[in-house]
Write a protein that binds this ligand. Structure first.
Ligand code: PBG
Length: 341
């Protein structure tokens, strides 16, 4: 028997052969582009920890989204920074809030773009938590302060409804309250928005990778008397994969149309497990800290940014992501369509 019997290198000899047997592909319309909307006009505030990312007023946002659309991006997800924050996150569910304004402008000016919205309270509350806080009881020490799950649900549902009324194509709750998908679904249905799908941040981990986002959204949780300065009471422990599957199951049972795993690269094992078990579109969120790490290494000339970006996004797809949320969406789409380089 001649050795070796098999020569996998035969199929790697030319790019034409390699592309013939390529198992996974990355296209601009696999990407969802997160963007930050702020009040005002002609505002383009650079986010220090995320070079290339800006807080944008609605006029600037429209221009940016148009550029993304021209590059082939077909979906954005919007985050809002309100004029005022308060304990109840009032602007999160205001019909004339920053996100409804942005949705209306985008639906009018870039009608082909799928507009998703992040549904959460942390950008809108003065304490930076993803829901409203429990009222301190006269119980003395040992009482469980922090986010009030059940009191937060109707507010999240109201927020999702405000987005749907403004024309959002998809709402995406990222708060990690129990029961929020069901609460949002019921409210949307009752108001006649049965056709607005829910992309749930189903397996969202309380890790260290969201720091730059919290600069961008001005949403870092603040410490108060007895209130934790982190989100570990509602987001998941990075150590847990079985619990991630359970979160996904629960959200699907409550009516989620698509599910997400977040962050992406350190959690690709979770993504694969989820993808193998569910038959709904599954998304990976390549988060702010992951973006910042590539940017920082690229700025020092230590890595080839364009190649690392495309490889990272492709590997998310290979691990099971149908969709990838990434701050690199426009950049990657331009690379993929040959408009850059
Ligand atoms: C809101 C929300 C966060 C992100 C998406 N939605 C921040 C957080 O949970 O603190 C993080 C996205 C990123 O880091 O890119 N709850």
């Amino acid at each position: 028997m001649p050795f070796p019997q098999e020569r996998p290198r035969r199929m790697r000899r030319t790019e034409a052969l390699r592309s013939l047997v390529r198992e996974t592909h990355l296209a601009p319309d696999d990407l969802i582009w997160p963007l930050f909307a702020v009040p005002g006009e002609r505002v383009r505030n650079p986010v220090k920890s995320m070079p290339g990312v800006f807080q944008l007023s609605v006029d600037e946002l429209v221009a940016e989204v148009q550029e993304g659309y021209e590059a082939g991006v077909r979906s954005v997800i919007l985050f809002g920074i309100p004029e005022h924050k308060d304990a109840q996150g009032t602007e999160a569910y205001a019909d004339d809030g920053i996100i409804p304004q942005a949705i209306r402008a985008l639906k009018e000016r870039v009608p082909g773009m799928v507009v998703m919205t992040d549904v959460c309270m942390c950008e809108y509350t003065d304490h930076g938590h993803c829901g409203i806080l429990k009222a301190p009881r006269a119980g003395g020490p040992g009482q469980d302060l922090g986010v009030d799950n059940d009191a937060t649900l109707p507010l999240l549902a109201k927020e999702a409804l405000a987005h749907a009324k403004a024309g959002a194509d998809v709402v995406a709750p990222s708060d990690m309250m129990d029961g929020r998908v069901a609460a949002i679904r019921a409210t949307l249905d009752e108001a006649g928005y049965q056709d607005v799908p829910i992309l749930s941040y189903a397996a969202k981990f309380a890790g260290a990778f969201y720091g730059p986002f919290r600069d961008a959204a001005e949403s870092a949780p603040r410490e108060g008397a007895g209130i934790p300065k982190d989100r570990k009471g509602y987001q998941m422990d990075p150590a847990n994969w079985r619990e991630a599957l359970r979160e996904v199951e629960l959200d699907l049972a409550e009516g989620a149309d698509m599910v997400m795993v977040k962050p992406a690269v350190p959690y690709l094992d979770i993504l694969r497990l989820v993808r193998d078990r569910v038959n709904v579109p599954t998304a990976a969120y390549h988060v702010s800290g992951e973006y910042a790490m590539i940017k920082a290494a690229a700025e020092r000339g230590w890595i080839d940014e364009d190649r690392v970006v495309l490889e990272t996004l492709l590997c998310c797809r290979r691990a099971g992501a149908d969709l990838v949320l990434t701050y690199y969406a426009k950049h990657a789409a331009q690379l993929l369509s040959g408009k850059k380089r």
